[in-house]
Design a binder for this molecule. Structure first.
Ligand SMILES: *Cc1c(COP(=O)(O)O)cnc(C)c1O
Length: 395
């Protein structure tokens, strides 16, 4: 047959470009920190998940170097075959203690936790009740599980309760409530205290994905500590790649959960373990968060100051309750224009977020605070954001 089997590659990309939805990768020339060089240009970075600035912390870098020298560059195998080190065990014990749970597991990534573990926790005879704004990796994990998926309105407890009642009537084998801890596009939090109360009434399992909460909420321990719910949340998924500034997914919970995950999660079983340098850096990162509380304190001080200032200029920051501060613009073209001018003329690096990550009419720039920003940096960013916002008639 005379057809081009890969013609769709170019066609699809042309479509994306036409709709202003293409991602263009910019390259960092040096470390990920507020003053950084991107595509040859020095900019102020306001768009990373490295909330505490730990990606470039000297103690963490040193731990990575030392472990790499001692253990080498790669793990050589998946964790269950020969890829786990004494360092991995040390990390898992330390992290469990930090999270106030019985046990933890270092997995490849946060994405791999969701896509590998969720399909083992639930299957065809089960129902997953999921917040409508949950992260894409949760959605993928639930799809792979084959379980019935029911969506409840964002953070809406009475809708959640109704969905649970329906699920109970349907006679599901297991019911699992899944929610992000902190929602990454809006920076709002799951009402986890209320979710736990409702879940307990229905005997539902609770899975919280706290990738953006760890390092930030509950003095860095995450959303479960924030609400004092230790021992009442069955599965906590997380990531060492955000607040902790390094890399890797985590599962925290009971010993039973960790043994189950070790033996069943397909991503854990089938994907190579982290290089030892990464594991050692993760250990050092927890030690830094515990011994240097100034980083968590700084990110919250910056958050409160910056949010108050942009709100008083007239920006809509939506439901933000955390260091994720969206500047909601509405029109996608305008959001992109704001980001472009800030980057090109003002040397401020913020990311436009458009469909499909958010609804078209809620296009925005997402700003994220970082402990390493100074008051001067914040004021520089604020004056640029005000100037360009006025120029584009946004405020
Ligand atoms: C970032 C994120 C992930 C993915 O974590 P990685 O470690 O980067 O793979 C999963 N879930 C949520 C809610 C996230 O924000």
């Amino acid at each position: 047959m005379n057809r081009d089997p890969v013609a769709f590659l170019k066609e699809d990309m042309t479509e994306l470009r036409k709709s202003n939805l293409e991602w263009i990768i910019r390259y960092l020339e040096g470390g990920s920190k507020p003053h950084c060089i991107v595509n040859g240009k020095e900019v102020l970075m306001l768009n990373t998940n490295n909330y505490l600035g730990l990606a470039t912390h000297p103690k963490i870098i040193q731990a990575s170097i030392d472990a790499t020298k001692k253990y080498g560059a790669g793990a050589g195998a998946v964790p269950v075959i020969a890829g786990s080190f004494d360092l991995t065990r040390e990390f898992q014990e330390k992290f469990a203690k930090y999270k106030e749970v019985e046990a933890s597991l270092l997995c490849q990534t946060g994405f791999a936790v969701n896509s590998g573990l969720i399909p083992m926790l639930v299957g065809k005879p089960d129902i997953v009740v999921s917040d409508e704004l949950n992260h894409g990796s949760i959605i993928d994990g639930v799809r792979l599980s084959g379980a019935k998926r029911v969506i409840y309105k964002h953070r809406d407890i009475s809708d959640l309760e109704n969905q649970l009642k329906e699920a109970e009537k349907g006679g599901a084998r297991r019911i699992c409530i899944i929610t992000d801890g902190v929602f990454s596009m809006d920076g709002d939090m799951a009402p986890l205290d209320k979710i736990v109360n409702v879940a307990e009434d229905f005997g539902a399992m609770i899975f919280v994905d706290d990738c953006h909460g760890e390092g930030v909420l509950g003095d860095g321990k995450g959303i479960v500590a924030h609400f004092n719910l230790q021992g009442r949340v069955h599965v906590e998924g997380g990531s060492m790649s955000k607040g902790f500034g390094v890399f890797g997914g985590t599962v925290a919970g009971s010993k039973d959960l960790i043994e189950f995950c070790t033996n069943k999660s397909r991503t854990y079983l089938l994907s190579t373990a982290h290089p030892p340098g990464v594991v050692a850096a993760n250990i050092a990162s927890i030690e830094v968060v515990e011994s240097e509380p100034q980083h968590v304190k700084a990110v919250w001080e910056h958050t409160n100051y910056f949010k108050k200032e942009v709100q008083s200029m007239g920006y809509d920051t939506g439901r933000s309750e955390t260091p994720i501060i969206p500047l909601i613009i509405g029109d996608p073209g305008k959001a992109q224009e704001l980001a472009r001018i800030l980057f090109e003329e003002e040397n401020i690096y913020g990311t436009p977020i458009v469909f499909p990550m958010v609804a078209r009419e809620l296009s925005r720039i997402r700003v994220q605070m970082n402990a390493l920003l100074t008051k001067d940096d914040l004021n520089t960013a604020l004056s640029s954001i005000e100037k360009v916002g006025k120029k584009l008639d946004i405020i």
